[in-house]
Design a protein around this ligand. Structure first.
Ligand SMILES: [Zn+2]
Length: 175
């Protein structure tokens, strides 16, 4: 699962292929400013900083943890994804958590690009709202499209997304 654009960005991030300032330097591409543009730390924009240590990203992770009430700690993209995969959760929960992880990566990179190339600051609240919306829409359509849906699955989605539209889906299911 997961939205294709998120999945693609996650793949690039996991492979270390995103053109961070550090990677540009390694490739001998001239950069004006090496520092991360999402926080005030003035540290080199590396893959690890951007997706793991940066305050901006950490704030988004924390907000998503509060939303899902699932304690997935950001200990690096690869490790987080492996932990989700290896967890003894139901497949559906794993999919949702991996999708959320992908959405965070996508929106972190997007915020970074907006700041760097357009000088537009994306606030963490905006990113969090957008991630919740995208994840909810994605899984709501899944619920509606699936013919054989069991109550357990539906509850696990409600648990994660808390959207009234899912409760509506539940009432349709009961008819
Ligand atoms: Zn930063």
């Amino acid at each position: 699962m997961a939205i294709p654009k998120h999945r693609f960005m996650t793949w690039l991030a996991v492979q270390g292929r995103l053109l961070t300032q550090e990677r540009k330097l390694r490739l001998q591409i001239h950069v004006e400013d090496n520092a991360c543009c999402l926080c005030e730390e003035k540290v080199m924009e590396t893959n690890v900083h951007l997706f793991e240590d940066c305050k901006w990203t950490s704030t988004v992770w924390q907000a998503m943890q509060q939303w899902t009430e699932v304690p997935v700690h950001n200990i690096g993209i690869v490790q987080v994804l492996e932990n989700i995969k290896g967890n003894r959760w139901k497949q559906f929960k794993k999919e949702i958590m991996a999708a959320i992880c992908g959405a965070i990566i996508y929106h972190t990179w997007r915020a970074r690009n907006w700041r760097r190339f357009r000088d537009i600051r994306v606030h963490t609240e905006e990113a969090v709202t957008q991630i919740k919306k995208e994840i909810s829409e994605d899984y709501t359509s899944l619920v509606v499209l699936r013919e054989q849906i069991n109550v357990d699955t539906l509850f696990s989605i409600c648990y994660v997304t808390r959207y009234f539209v899912l409760l509506e889906a539940y009432s349709l299911f009961q008819k």
